[in-house]
Design a protein around this ligand. Structure first.
Ligand SMILES: Cc1cc2nc3c(=O)[nH]c(=O)nc-3n(C[C@H](O)[C@H](O)[C@H](O)COP(=O)(O)O)c2cc1C
Length: 319
């Protein structure tokens, strides 16, 4: 299979990182991606540090491949970073200025550190802070979007700015898109939306069905779902914005948060998980421009194989 500086560094057999994605990125999903040869990532927002340690230790034991954990800076719990790092190959951060102190915490525990960035300047700052690799996120991405530049131009700028391995993120949902990113010089790809529509994801079935039915033109960058996280543009299905604006109440539903059952305020950040009840279509249905490549629910292994084997075929075909 395709080997790159990233696969050698992270210990993967294919150059694919599954994106950290809030409640969608369950330990089951991370384990399945890792077992299939990619880098499986877990997100454990709002989970107490002592529980994070237990969950991540169990995840690491469940696969022989590498796993990582994703932290979003506006919701960062430093104790959770400390608790997770000894069990993870990769500790990753997003949506805040790169901080050497956080990178050091990962390194001290023996993990690699990376930062998902939205500009070449942010990539340079991440390397300055000690990151081992960076993820260049183009505006095609689903979920929260850090920068203002599309992937191909951003990737070019980031590759020209840093020496560490660079992964490409945003709108990559097919073997063709993966091959294009690798051909442009990326050391791997980061894939989000495709993994939401897998058997192992934590997402609600109605959300997944909406992804199956949508194409790139059905997504929009908005600040509609800014409750708890203001000034942070995100790409969702346009239908979710329309349904949320038309929703008459203040609370769209309920979901599990740790041991508690909590209300979901209208316009709040969480995407609906399996245990969520209420007006699912009016919640934050994050989707990248890659959503047109979601045509059915697959296994995570199926997605990894489809992308990696297809990209390899294409690249070999081009010589
Ligand atoms: C449902 C969903 C949730 C996301 N949540 C996070 C997150 O918690 N942390 C993060 O770093 N990125 C998050 N992202 C963004 C991804 O890291 C990545 O940039 C994006 O999925 C790439 O675009 P794609 O969805 O077209 O593959 C999320 C994306 C999606 C689709």
């Amino acid at each position: 299979m395709l080997q790159t500086a990233f696969t050698r560094m992270a210990g993967c057999s294919v150059p694919i990182q599954q994106a950290g994605m809030g409640g969608a990125a369950t330990p089951e999903l991370a384990a399945a991606v890792s077992a299939a040869g990619g880098l499986g990532m877990v997100s454990l927002p709002m989970v107490p540090a002592e529980d994070v340690a237990v969950i991540v230790a169990a995840l690491a034991k469940s696969t022989t491949g590498p796993v990582g954990i994703n932290f979003v800076i506006p919701f960062l719990d430093v104790a959770a970073v400390e608790a997770a790092a000894p069990h993870c190959r990769v500790v990753e951060f997003f949506y805040g200025d790169p901080q050497a102190g956080l990178v050091e915490r990962a390194h001290r525990a023996g993990a690699l550190a990376d930062w998902q960035v939205g500009s070449a300047d942010e990539a340079k700052a991440a390397v300055q802070a000690g990151c081992d690799f960076v993820v260049a996120q183009g505006t095609e991405a689903g979920g929260h979007i850090r920068g203002t530049t599309g992937l191909l131009v951003l990737l070019d700028e980031v590759l020209g700015a840093v020496e560490v391995p660079v992964l490409a993120a945003g709108g990559i949902g097919s073997a063709r898109a993966m091959a294009a990113a690798l051909a442009a010089g990326a050391d791997g790809v980061r894939v989000g939306t495709r993994f939401v529509a897998t058997a192992e994801s934590g997402s609600h079935p109605a959300y997944i069905q909406a992804l199956v039915e949508a194409s790139a033109a059905d997504t929009v960058i908005t600040t509609a779902f800014s409750g708890m996280w203001p000034d942070a543009p995100h790409r969702v299905l346009r239908s979710a914005v329309t349904a949320m604006e038309a929703f008459p109440g203040e609370t769209t539903g309920e979901m599990d948060l740790g041991a508690a059952r909590v209300p979901i305020p209208k316009g709040a950040v969480p995407s609906p998980t399996r245990d969520t009840t209420g007006a699912i279509p009016a919640m934050a249905l994050y989707a990248g421009e890659s959503v047109g490549n979601v045509v059915r629910v697959q296994s995570a292994r199926g997605v990894v194989r489809e992308l990696a084997e297809g990209a390899e075929r294409l690249l070999r075909g081009w010589g």
